[in-house]
Design a protein around this ligand. Structure first.
Ligand code: UDP
Length: 331
């Protein structure tokens, strides 16, 4: 028999890929999303969509009373690092208070399994690579800080209420559902792969490479791109792992690719050039971020199915080429 899950932010990029994975394996899914960033069309018809503010405690109480959930997957959050440095108080307050409202409703309803979408931004400028779970936690953005506050609050909820939580610290989520049904559609879009693909397709302006003087082989930043379906798989695996108690995992492919390597990959897969120019560094960008997912692999058996950058870019390219306006629900 399948389970029943609440997915907050389930109409968004990462959340919708988990929802699809859950419904395809026969689980019942309720999506709670305010549709500010999410898309109605990203939610499959077999999932229930509740459109509401995430921090609306009355609605949360109603949702938890109407369905008995086996676990909550909490994705809904503000997630732009740059924006968080223009409005840090909003990021800290909204991300913390919404998460606490969801966790509180879960505890009150006796739903004691909680999977949090967390971030590599907890590690700020890391002292060594790859980054495992023992690395120093030292966020350098209000976004990273806001997720840290949530992780810490969840640890107290475990101690006091027995709320078992898994925090998955994503590195760079990328790619799209290989069936082509859903993909990445942010506005504004700030992420490298969709911007590079959009530049190649002519649906977005030429790309600006942020900095060419980093201490890396080609001078551009190195990141760890992990496929969104591999993220989905990890979420399901940590659910089982929660039986042993709360846990924190870093999740990435474990291989770093530079901005120039990403451009090369997009050109290879798309068969056309990525128009681009070189600009200054973007504030707050560490030179290299690469995850060690050894703990996740050992404790859950997870391994990425899309380990090669070209395989990730291929699924992203297919989605953007077929959906030049994304879900097509913006004016
Ligand atoms: N980047 C870039 N130009 C862009 C967007 C991103 O050169 O228009 C670089 C950015 O500096 C970083 C990498 O691409 O080194 C990945 O950035 P993204 O915003 O996708 O993810 P982040 O690593 O910030 O989470």
């Amino acid at each position: 028999m399948g389970g029943r899950y609440l997915v907050t932010g389930g109409a968004g990029y990462v959340g919708s890929h988990i929802v699809k994975t859950l419904v395809e394996r026969g689980d019942d899914v309720v999506v709670l999303d305010d549709l500010r960033q999410g898309h109605r069309a990203a939610v499959p018809p077999s999932a229930e969509l509740v459109v509401a503010e995430i921090g609306d405690r009355r609605r949360l109480g109603e949702v938890f009373a109407a369905w008995r959930f086996d676990a909550v997957f909490h994705f809904a959050a503000l997630s732009l690092v740059g924006e968080s440095m223009r409005d840090p108080l909003r990021y800290c307050s909204e991300n913390l208070s919404n998460s606490l409202a969801v966790a509180d409703a879960a505890v009150k309803a006796g739903c004691l399994r909680f999977v949090l979408s967390s971030t590599a931004a907890l590690f700020g400028f890391p002292k060594s690579i790859p980054i495992d779970e023992t690395a120093e936690i030292a966020p350098v953005s209000a976004y990273g800080e806001s997720k840290l506050m949530v992780e810490r609050a969840l640890a107290w909820a475990d101690q006091v209420h027995g709320l078992r939580s898994a925090a998955l610290r994503y590195f760079n989520a990328a790619g799209a559902d290989p069936s082509g049904a859903i993909g990445e559609d942010h506005e504004p879009e700030t992420h490298l792969i969709p911007l590079a693909i959009g530049a190649a397709l002519g649906t977005r302006p030429p790309l600006t490479v942020f900095g060419t003087d980093y201490p890396t082989d080609d001078g551009t930043c190195i990141r760890d791109y992990v496929h969104v379906m591999d993220l989905a798989d990890a979420h399901l695996r940590v659910l089982d792992r929660l039986e042993q108690g709360s846990c924190r995992f870093n999740i990435g492919n474990g291989t770093g690719y530079s901005v120039k390597q990403v451009i090369d990959s997009v050109e290879r897969i798309g068969g056309r050039p990525v128009p681009h120019s070189f600009g200054p560094r973007r504030a707050g960008d560490p030179a290299v971020l690469v995850a060690s997912s050894a703990r996740l692999r050992e404790e859950t058996g997870w391994a990425p199915r899309f380990a090669a950058l070209d395989d990730i870019v291929r699924t992203a390219w297919a989605w953007h080429a077929a959906h030049p306006k994304g879900f097509g629900d913006r004016g």
